[in-house]
Design a protein around this ligand. Structure first.
Ligand code: ADP
Ligand code: GLC
Length: 467
């Protein structure tokens, strides 16, 4: 039996990307489709500002389809587009979705009505699913989790938790509006999309096995640990993959030269290309970071240790975007230490590819990390991760000092300045010699970081819970 899925998400690469949710959604869907799974992708119709680039790469199919939703959520309609890379996508229009950015006002704060915007979107997703009767309704994060309040109870629901730190909670009266099972969303007098989704889903999936354990503990559950423990075996963890066609160092038009595990000479060219652009000599290890700049990612620690980078023997270039204060603090540190720290602000996919290709090391000192894609992208391009022992980083980065023959990176004990400095020292000691570095680079490039295996695990889960 072929499985039919309605897959709802707030981000989908390359149409709309803010963080890893976009790449993870698109990567999983593409792997599922390659396995013959029939997937209806539902994303919010954010309108022309957000889709200005994507719209060049899609054609609209047929007329808009009206969706039958209660008055508070409508009018709702869906246009279907066939995107050159992403394939068929359903753009769901409900009031309030069209903005300049999916979540953020121009000043960097969230839109005040974010919860309500996505409650309406979620209601339209439920209406679509109830009408089309898929085997599985697959929801992702809080933006879509309220759909479970209104999906028919005989439809199986999966909720993926990409980032359980965000709940999307709003005022209490919404519980009665959002659907017949809205009472499951009551939370401390408010309405919490995530708690209801967790309570109602047939399967709750964290994006790595270690993070599935962490969120069931009081210190790692963002207030949801008790609820998650109560769901017992319904909670599991499946690691993300990356799209190995998009991330392919042998054939990547964005980088200065292609390379493979067998022939790393192209990587030297990519490295020289970036060093030249930064005006840096080739006399230290080149570390890179590509990340949202939020407290989760721990890159604020770099501000505290920037003055030590020279002594450690590292030059670091950071590409990131996020909170104003994080951006400003890092830029100020780079101005003070221009020979060892460079910061580029913005979301820039081309530069991201160039940095992963150029780097000797990736710096990823996350305070928590549900999965993390940057370390997988880095490894695919032979850039050795220096990462904290949290979440998906535990499942993908094995310490080279503890496991010299099988290690894949350097593990920092915690997201603190002291532990990060000590991990960077260990990295230069173990990998400063370029022949030893090349051995590890070849090893990490040969790892399977594709969606092949994770997609199989999702398909088995779908088959287990489909009714
Ligand atoms: P998160 O989802 O928490 O932001 P991940 O590591 O899972 O972290 O995914 C981040 C994704 O976004 C990766 O694909 C990474 O390459 C990309 N990315 C992050 N910041 C930038 C940026 N400033 N420019 C381009 N790509 C970025
Ligand atoms: C979230 C997490 C990140 C994860 C991504 C995709 O944004 O922060 O760790 O890799 O989602 O699942």
């Amino acid at each position: 039996m072929g499985v039919r899925i309605t897959f709802a998400t707030a981000e989908f690469a390359p149409l709309v990307s803010v963080g890893g949710l976009a790449a993870a959604s698109a990567g999983l869907v593409s792997a599922l489709r390659a396995n013959g799974v029939d997937v209806d992708v539902m994303i919010p119709d954010y309108g022309p500002d957000v889709f200005s680039a994507a719209a060049h790469d899609w054609v609209e199919i047929g007329d808009a389809i009206e969706v039958d939703v209660p008055q508070w959520a409508g009018p709702a309609s869906i246009r279907r587009v066939d995107h050159r890379v992403a394939g068929l996508v359903h753009l769901v229009a409900t009031p309030g979705l069209v903005r300049s950015h999916p979540y953020l006002q121009p000043d960097g704060d969230g839109w005040r009505d974010n919860s309500e915007r996505f409650l309406r979107f979620s209601r339209a997703v439920a209406a679509w699913a109830n009408a089309h009767r898929p085997d599985i309704v697959h929801l992702n994060d809080w933006h879509t989790a309220a759909a479970a309040a209104a999906t028919d109870p005989d439809l199986a629901v999966v909720l993926s938790l990409h980032n359980a730190a965000f709940h999307g909670a709003t005022t209490g009266e919404w519980c009665t509006q959002i659907g017949p099972r809205g009472n499951h969303y009551e939370w401390w007098g408010g309405t919490n999309p995530l708690t209801g989704g967790i309570a109602l889903a047939d399967a709750v999936v964290a994006v790595s096995p270690t993070h599935a354990d962490e969120i069931r503990r009081p210190d790692g559950g963002f207030g949801l640990d008790e609820l998650l423990r109560a769901r017992g075996a319904a909670v599991s963890g499946i690691i993300n993959g990356i799209d190995i066609e998009v991330w392919n160092p042998a054939d990547d038009a964005r980088i200065a030269a292609g390379f493979t595990a067998d022939d790393l000479s192209g990587k030297d060219i990519c490295r020289a290309d970036v060093l030249t652009e930064l005006g840096w000599p080739d006399d230290a290890m080149l570390a890179v970071a590509v990340s949202r700049l939020t407290p989760q990612k721990g890159l604020d620690l770099i501000v505290d240790i920037a003055h030590l980078l020279g002594d450690i023997g590292i030059r670091l270039v950071i590409l990131g975007a996020g909170g104003r204060s994080e951006e400003q603090a890092l830029c100020a540190a780079a101005e003070q230490h221009p020979h060892h720290l460079a910061v580029r602000i913005g979301y820039n996919e081309t530069l991201a590819h160039r940095l992963f290709a150029a780097g000797d090391l990736l710096v990823m000192p996350s305070r928590f990390e549900p999965c993390g894609l940057a370390q997988l992208q880095a490894m695919r391009y032979g850039t050795v991760p220096v990462a904290t022992a949290v979440g998906g980083l535990v499942d993908t980065v094995v310490d080279l000092d503890a496991h010299p023959r099988t290690g894949t990176g350097i593990v920092a004990a915690s997201a603190s300045a002291v532990d990060l400095v000590s991990a960077l020292h260990r990295a230069t000691r173990r990998l400063g010699d370029r022949r030893r570095l090349a051995n590890v680079q070849r090893r990490i490039m040969r790892r399977d970081v594709s969606w092949a295996e994770p997609a199989q695990q999702y398909i088995e889960m779908y088959q287990r819970i489909a009714r």
